[in-house]
Design a binder for this molecule. Sequence first.
Ligand SMILES: Nc1nc2c(c(=O)[nH]1)N[C@H]1C(S)=C(S)[C@@H](COP(=O)(O)O)O[C@H]1N2
Ligand SMILES: [Mo]
Length: 600
Amino acid sequence: MRDVTDQETISPGSVLEPHQPHGPSAVGRLLRVVLGALSGLLAAAVSLGFAELVAVAARPEASPVTAVGGAVIDRTPVSLKDYAVRNFGTNDKLVLQLGIVAILALFAFALGVFALRFRRTGCAGVLAFGVIGAVAAWSRPDYHRLDALPSIVGALLGAAALWLLTERLTLRTTPAARLPEQATAPVPQTPTDPTTLTDPTSPSPVEHTTEDDEDTVETPLPRTETPAAEAGPTSRPAFDRRGFVLAAAATAAASAGAGALGRTLNNRRGAVAVASRAAIALPAPASRAAAVPRGADLGIPGLSEFTTPNAKFYRVDTALVVPKIDATTWRLRIHGMGVGKELTLSYDDLLRRDLIERDITLTCVSNQVGGPYVGNARWIGVRLADLLREAGVRPPSRGGKADQLVAHSVDGMAIGSPVETVLDGRDAMLALGMNGEPLPFAHGFPVRMLVPGLYGYVSACKWLHELELTTFDSYDAYWVKRSWSREAPIKTESRIDTPKPFASPKAGRVPVAGVAWAQHRGIDRVQVRVDGGRWQTARLADEDSTDTWRQWLWEWDATPGSHTLEVRATDRDGYTQTDHRVGTVPNGATGWHSVVVSVD
Ligand SMILES: Nc1nc2c(c(=O)[nH]1)N[C@H]1C(S)=C(S)[C@@H](COP(=O)(O)O)O[C@H]1N2
Ligand SMILES: [Mo]
């Protein structure tokens, strides 16, 4: 490998550092390696800091860690994603980003040390990381024109920083003539250095130092100007400590400044969206939801509230940065196959329509048996069927050509729902409000889709910006490309909320309670059994609607010892949950939820 190295420029005969007659001391060498690693880290910081700043010009999603993280999410095998969701829950994204930063830091470390010897290749390595970031951004489904820019600019500046820093770490031998006070100092190393005597490949000390003088990569001293150096003794080779400290401080300050400025500017952009949300007053819905029956919430400690507060509502999406959309400039386009009249609607257009208010329980297909990815909220929105009919869409059963409605989000998500289901009379809606406020940003502000009875990944697109009519044959939506089913009605499920697994309640009366759901069919019965015994019928809370979950309660006369509680629900179609356990892929888990407790 031919490259710029502190050694190679000195003597093309390639004298390795340890063989140098006047090599730096062991401590000096170690210090230099540490500072090389630090240079790598600083270069990475410069890259990321400036990328953050440039991302303001593009989008927050285009900052390299986010772009790479997004690309990783897109490519993560379902099994691993399931594992991550199971073990890290909603923190999976944080874990992913920390992982990327950790890997980046390791490479930065290595590149910094590497650049001590092979500076050009080391800097090219930084550029290679920029290419990775750019390609990742480019590969995202929501790629925008400028998304590769932050990675590229960041990498260029990072490479420049690495060059600058490692250059300060170049070993130079100061000619005696230029440092008169050292010229008289004894140089005892030379005769005692065994390597000079035993290593036949080592050039002679004099020859070496002569060439060493030419290791002024930038400002070569003409040989003729340093006659004294050619003959005179030299000091140990050293690097420019002061220059390095200054350069390191400057790069650290620049990267921190750029990063902070980028963050601030990005937040300010978010502030426009926040203000647009704050300015919204949701009008009274034309079609109100009936009040939640008082008996729908049994109010038992440990049991999920009937209405899930927004702050506690589960969140599942691929977005590493929650999109912040300005509602005043947001538009929704409805177009595609069989659309007689394309529609483009603003947020105000939607607000001016008749709004419906409904309680709907949303569930994620990735929810394990007994898992947390289910929540119930009171939503306000526009009836989707009305909009589609205005656009001239007919269901396949009435001769419509399109059987798939694909909802596209601003973050590149594409979620496909059956047109037939959306138009079958259920309360499919474009939701604007959630539990009395405009949608929270994390839950899809300004507008998301909801179809009661379908898992979120085939119905509940957040940050919606386009509805496209097409066929299932001609288009696979995001999750379908990743081995999930095209169509996925929510499976009948039940969950024990209390007692918690491995709880140790006192013997005697123990309330066993939970929720059961079979959206759009309704829950007919819930049964509980202990240690595989006879099924006992639980008391059902009042039903709010068939689109919502239902609480249940069974009073257990608990005896001391370890016990297994199991639950199963039967829906209004007469289907009772099977004990056959299947995983979440491809269309939802099955099996009975069970909880082991040890009664005191
Ligand atoms: N834009 C976008 N919308 C999305 C998703 C996503 O990843 N991106 N995930 C879907 C899935 S899998 C589910 S279960 C629901 C979850 O909605 P919530 O986060 O509001 O609970 O959103 C759906 N809508
Ligand atoms: Mo989901």
